[in-house]
Design a protein around this ligand. Structure first.
Ligand SMILES: NC(=O)c1ccc[n+]([C@@H]2O[C@H](COP(=O)([O-])OP(=O)(O)OC[C@H]3O[C@@H](n4cnc5c(N)ncnc54)[C@H](O)[C@@H]3O)[C@@H](O)[C@H]2O)c1
Ligand SMILES: N[C@H](CO)Cc1c[nH]c[nH+]1
Ligand SMILES: [Zn+2]
Length: 440
């Protein structure tokens, strides 16, 4: 009996040779696998209640889901002084780690800053694009099953680099427990308002506004399935960054990395949430068994054993494929939030990687480094949305306006073109508007 089965490690074993492989993989990856009808119904009900009853509903849901006993929004609001106290009271090592992470994240995002641009045509017409920040951004910092000071930095620092005027942070505090590292990070990152609310009710408050919580222009940040489902539902009323739901890791291994390292990499995302997803893909059968055995050995030593066990049993997989080409096809199909290329020559793989939120290249690049301090953002698209979404960045806090300034000569040149096309559309006012400006 292998150690994996001896320890009761429950995780799906799939092989691309299995006749039912496609169906099993589809089921494993389905969005509905986590955001089922019950979640959708509950989120819809919460959004509606906050929209119609404002603060009162916000207080009710916070009391219910975060086990609080609040009777007013004042009890769910933190002022700048409380954030500063938290920062100043931090142990030296934590304050330094936070500052180092903040510096690295800020520096990375400075590289993303898009500039406005314009060019002038020969007739004097100027065309361009003006980049402007959103006025007010809402940042969601998760807090149900773990506290996420790193998510404060990842959300707020790019907003600052983008020039956002006002940052409103929401973070749940289950059982009323405040996490000083989270508050200190909010101080360090220059957050303007903090409300201790979470889940779909916090997303609703940011989207619609309440008597106390200001309505924002865009909501960003990661969260559990209630948060991700709510963000999806309010999109249109308010901007959102992406679907950044339960964490995911796909490790592709060529068999040359220490199985203990890979077991812990898989656990690192599984420990976030029962809905998180950790998948290993390899064409080396013996290596797959070695990783399974390493997982079985390490599992009983984990503080969050129960969450990891459930996540692996419900959503995890160890996939054996035929060869490197099949591994590439699989990784692009899965389009994971985090892709660890635990292979000898990750640069050679890169041109073939089309869909992944972030790519961790080589045996030494633990995904966990990216979670905290490498520099790139850890708010990343999940559930296959890396096919069309990107990491949270400065660009998420900005919009672009087109600029058109015609010279008199330019208006005469473009007028006939516009007029001809407008008359082809039977839009006479358009045509005449252009024609008025044509000079003989
Ligand atoms: N994709 C990313 O970029 C990224 C980054 C960091 C974290 N994450 C993910 O964020 C999530 C954080 O989850 P969390 O739970 O710790 O914190 P959270 O803040 O996302 O969710 C907690 C809130 O969920 C709501 N909730 C919980 N159970 C509910 C229920 N039965 N009905 C209605 N509402 C309910 C409550 O309002 C609670 O305040 C994890 O899934 C983690 O993997 C993702
Ligand atoms: N892995 C998470 C993104 O899915 C980010 C994070 C924060 N802290 C630890 N991990
Ligand atoms: Zn993580």
């Amino acid at each position: 009996m292998s150690e994996a089965s001896a320890s009761g490690l429950e995780v799906a074993r799939l092989s691309t040779r299995d006749p039912d492989f496609e169906a099993r993989l589809d089921a494993l990856l389905a969005w509905e696998g986590v955001s089922d009808d019950a979640v959708q119904r509950r989120v819809a009900e919460i959004l509606d209640a906050v929209k119609t009853r404002g603060d009162a509903a916000l207080i009710d849901y916070s009391n219910r889901f975060d086990r609080l006993a609040a009777s007013s929004m004042a009890e769910l609001t933190l002022g700048a002084e409380r954030l500063r106290q938290a920062f100043e009271g931090l142990p030296e090592a934590q304050r330094e780690a936070l500052a180092t992470a903040a510096d690295r994240v800020r520096r990375y995002h400075e590289h993303q800053k898009p500039e406005s641009w314009s060019y002038t045509e020969a007739d004097g017409t100027v065309l361009g694009q003006q980049v402007t920040p959103v006025d007010r951004a809402g940042i969601y910092v998760p807090g149900g099953k773990a506290a996420y000071p790193s998510s404060v930095l990842m959300n707020a620092l790019p907003a600052h680099v983008a020039g956002v005027g006002e940052i409103v942070m929401v973070v749940p505090t289950p059982d009323g427990v405040l996490n000083d590292l989270v508050l200190a990070a909010a101080h360090l990152a220059g957050v303007d308002h903090v409300f201790t609310i979470g889940g779909a009710q916090a997303v609703a408050a940011l989207a619609y506004g309440t008597e106390t919580v200001p309505r924002v222009d865009k909501i960003v940040g990661p969260g559990n399935i209630y948060v991700a489902t709510a963000k999806r539902a309010v999109f249109g009323q308010v901007g959102i960054d992406m679907i950044a739901g339960p964490s995911e890791i796909l490790v592709v291994s060529d068999g040359g990395t220490d199985p203990d390292w890979l077991a812990m990499d898989l656990f690192s995302q599984a420990e976030h949430d029962e809905d998180a997803q950790s998948i290993l893909v390899t064409w080396d059968d013996a290596h797959l068994e070695a990783v399974a055995d390493a997982m079985a050995r390490a599992l009983p030593t984990m503080e969050r054993e129960a969450i990891i066990r459930t996540s692996l049993a419900e959503r995890g997989a160890l996939i054996h494929c035929r060869d490197r080409d099949e591994a590439v096809a699989l990784l692009n199909r899965i389009a994971p939030e985090h892709l660890e290329l635990s292979v000898a020559d990750p640069e050679a793989w890169l041109p073939e990687v089309r869909h992944a939120g972030a790519v961790f290249m080589g045996r030494y690049t633990a995904e966990a480094l990216g979670d905290y301090c490498a520099g790139p953002n850890h708010v990343l698209p999940t559930s296959g949305t890396a096919r069309f979404s990107s990491p949270l960045g400065v660009y998420d806090f900005q919009k672009r306006s087109s600029l058109i300034q015609c010279s008199a000569q330019g208006a005469s040149g473009l007028g006939p073109v516009a007029s001809t096309l407008a008359r082809g559309e039977s839009l006479t006012a358009h045509a005449r508007s252009a024609e008025y400006r044509i000079r003989d």
